[in-house]
Design a protein around this ligand. Structure first.
Ligand code: NDP
Ligand code: 2IT
Length: 444
């Protein structure tokens, strides 16, 4: 049995009930095969893969809180401190009813490689809770965030572990958690990123994941001799990543025709009016179907995802496994020639195989959505030096980081004989730095 298969079989035995995590590890290990083949003896001697697939630590805790009617609730909170070889644990917190340890381990594993790709000194972590912020009052969200932090604060710190947002965690939630951390510890430190501008947040952090996605798409498309301007773009989701991907795509002259939420998608052939979407999602915290109240010529399709709409470029920006093999085939058949992932692992294994087989431009999430965590790391730098950089400075660095990621991923793929396969390129390029650091630091 190959080293990769041995490690995977053992992991499957130990964590048989963690389907999402096992799937992520399987896909990553498969694409690391070329670098493992080249270094097998060294890796085995250092138990490298065995260590790489086990988190350094997982913290699980209960989160009690009281709703506005006085009813008590208990949710489950987690922090997966996966890998600190190249820096303090760094990664978002997700509040969504689907959150389990398996999902957070899969996201944490992705985060290790993504953070490495940014070129910045950040390790990999992820956390969250099975709490659903939808329909909760501000006071309920505040009480939940305070209770969550009352436990989490023991395990984090500016040089230890620095959480941020993810699905269901945006500026409001980060601010409530920051307030509680400060109150308990009496420390004013950059322990969370994505903070408000008046208390240590970075300009361009809200925009960073979506803008970064478009910067890498722009670079990839231009390298292929094409351009973004005038192209039709289909986007899923309508949260933080989807909104700012739409904004930057529009600024570069592309036409975005869809957005979605967990209820359905909107199709506006005239191009999405982002001001309306921001009002619905950021101010009213409403549903995407409300777009039709302002733009009656648009269409709303309940219970479906937008992959049947003809486009040049598709940008999944909602959640994992939102494109299956059949939907990928449909996109390709309709002429889509570029897919880049704003979300983490939105394409399932069959969809990825379809994109690679069709040889379209396909950039996986750990490279394409790394702009968010990259600017989080820039927020940490600003907090450490107690200075704030201008929007232009942060945005300029973000663009440079995304261009560098594209070049690194594409050169690494070519170096291992997989030209144009950015899945292999991203996984190996991310892994090279982490594995070197892990081996150098000895058996820890
Ligand atoms: P938000 O909570 O701001 O938005 C999430 C969007 O996706 C909403 O429109 C939501 O709809 C939709 N969505 C969530 N879960 C599902 C589901 N199970 N089925 C269908 N739609 C769903 O999150 P973000 O925009 O921050 O995150 C989106 C993706 O991007 C995630 O995969 C996240 O991990 C990834 N990401 C985020 C980064 C960041 O900086 N925020 C950085 C890198 C990656 P609804 O409101 O109906 O639930
Ligand atoms: O998936 C991700 O990269 C994020 N949710 C952002 C993490 C961060 O620390 O900014």
């Amino acid at each position: 049995m190959s080293y990769v298969s041995e490690v995977y079989a053992e992991l499957e035995r130990k964590h048989a009930n963690e389907a999402e995590f096992l799937e992520a590890v399987k896909r990553i290990l498969e694409s690391l095969q070329p670098i493992v083949d080249a270094n097998e003896e060294l890796y085995r001697r250092n138990a490298l893969l065995e260590r790489f697939v086990e988190p350094e630590r997982i913290i699980t805790f209960r989160v009690p809180w009281t709703d506005d009617k006085g009813v008590n609730h208990i949710n489950l909170g987690y922090r997966v401190q996966f890998n600190s070889a190249i820096g303090p644990y760094k990664g978002g917190l997700r509040f969504h009813p689907s959150v389990t340890q398996s999902i957070l381990k899969f996201l944490g594993m992705e985060q290790i490689l993504k953070n490495s790709l940014t070129g910045l000194p950040i390790g990999g972590g992820k956390g969250g809770a099975d709490f659903d912020p939808h329909g909760k009052s501000d006071a309920e969200v505040m009480r939940f965030c305070q209770s969550f932090m009352t436990e989490l604060y023991k395990y984090i710190g500016k040089d230890v572990d620095v959480p941020a947002g993810d699905i269901g965690v945006g500026g409001r939630e980060v601010a409530y958690m920051y307030g509680q951390y400060k109150r308990i510890t009496n420390l004013y430190e950059g322990v969370l990123t994505g903070k408000g501008l008046s208390f240590g947040g970075s300009l361009a952090r809200p925009e960073a994941t979506g803008y970064g996605l478009i910067y890498i798409v722009d670079e990839m498309v231009r390298t292929a001799g094409r351009e973004l301007a005038g192209k039709t773009v289909v986007i899923s989701g309508s949260g933080n990543v989807a909104q700012y991907a739409t904004e930057k795509a529009q600024q570069l002259g592309a036409k975005v025709v869809t957005l979605s939420d967990s209820d359905g998608y909107i199709y506006d052939p005239d191009g999405i009016r982002l001001d309306i979407v921001k009002e619905i999602k950021q101010v009213r915290r409403g549903r995407i179907r409300e777009y039709l109240e302002a733009v009656p010529t648009a269409k709303y399709v309940e219970g479906e995802r937008p992959w049947g709409i003809r486009c040049d470029i598709a940008l999944p920006c909602a959640t994992q496994n939102e494109i299956n093999g059949t939907q990928a085939g449909q996109l390709i058949k309709n002429g889509c020639w570029c897919v880049a992932e704003g979300a983490n692992m939105p394409s399932d294994a069959a969809a990825v195989d379809a994109f690679l087989a069709a040889k379209i431009l396909y950039m996986p999430g750990k490279a394409a959505n790394a702009g968010g965590v990259a600017v989080s790391a820039l927020e940490m730098s600003q907090n450490s030096e107690r200075l704030s950089w201008s929007f232009e400075e942060v945005d300029g660095k973000l663009r440079e980081i995304m261009v560098n990621i594209y070049r690194n991923v594409s050169e690494t793929a070519a170096r291992y004989g997989y030209e144009g396969n950015f899945v292999v390129g991203a996984n190996i390029a991310g892994f090279e730095k982490v594995s070197n650091a892990m081996i150098a630091q000895g058996l820890v």
